[in-house]
Ligand binder design. Structure first.
Ligand code: APR
Length: 182
């Protein structure tokens, strides 16, 4: 599903984020920045050891990446030029500021892309796997944050790459809801 918001194409697809040819892809990392499973594992496998080396340099400089923050490395062996590593919150019932931290993860990833002159970016569904964030809530937060950001600053494309058809449908419903309150 595609929607134009100003000059930016907001695009929802089902696929594998490691194969996206946008200027940047976003990794659902953890605060340690040393890889993991899910998207994190897929990106390190596809990107190769260069990405981990760059993450280790970031760790040496600033420690890990706090939840809601974002750091940037190259794309290693992947088609994309950059990986923006962000850390979403672990869902623990909704009373530990999880919604704001997830908003921050999307906002800070978009802001880092803007600072690096990145024109197209692909996101996974951050925090909705191992971190168990309810995907219907996460989808609304992701799309609302992206819409508000691109109303102030245009990209060519902001793409959400959902791994399953079911997840894609949740995001499509959320986008329809968002656009209907225009
Ligand atoms: N492309 C796109 N989406 C993917 C891919 C892929 N190749 N692989 C998994 N996903 C989807 C999952 O299906 C889920 O919907 O990404 C979403 C996020 O799931 P996780 O990767 O588990 O990320 P998250 O819930 O944010 O948990 C992060 O998991 O892998 C560890 O090191 C990581 O500790 C961190 C935690």
């Amino acid at each position: 599903m595609e929607k134009m918001i100003g000059k930016t194409k907001l695009n929802l697809i089902q696929g594998d984020i490691t194969l996206q040819e946008t200027d940047a892809i976003v990794n659902a990392a953890n605060t340690g920045l040393l890889g993991g499973g899910g998207v994190d594992g897929a990106i390190h496998r596809a990107g190769g050891p260069k990405i981990l080396e760059e993450c280790k340099k970031i760790r040496a400089k600033q420690g890990g990446c706090p939840t809601g923050e974002a750091v940037i490395t190259s794309g290693g062996n992947m088609a994309t030029g950059y990986v923006i590593h962000t850390v979403g919150p672990v869902w623990s019932g909704g009373n530990r500021n999880e919604e704001q931290l997830l908003r921050n993860a999307y906002y800070n990833s978009l802001n880092l892309a803007k600072e690096n002159g990145i024109k197209s970016i692909s996101f996974p569904s951050i925090s909705t796997g191992v971190y168990r964030f309810p995907i219907d809530k996460a989808a609304r937060i992701a799309l609302t944050t992206a819409k508000e950001f691109i109303q102030e600053y245009s990209f060519e494309e902001v793409r959400f790459v959902l791994f399953s058809e079911k997840d894609l449908q949740v995001y499509e419903e959320a986008l329809k809801g968002l656009m209907s309150v225009e």
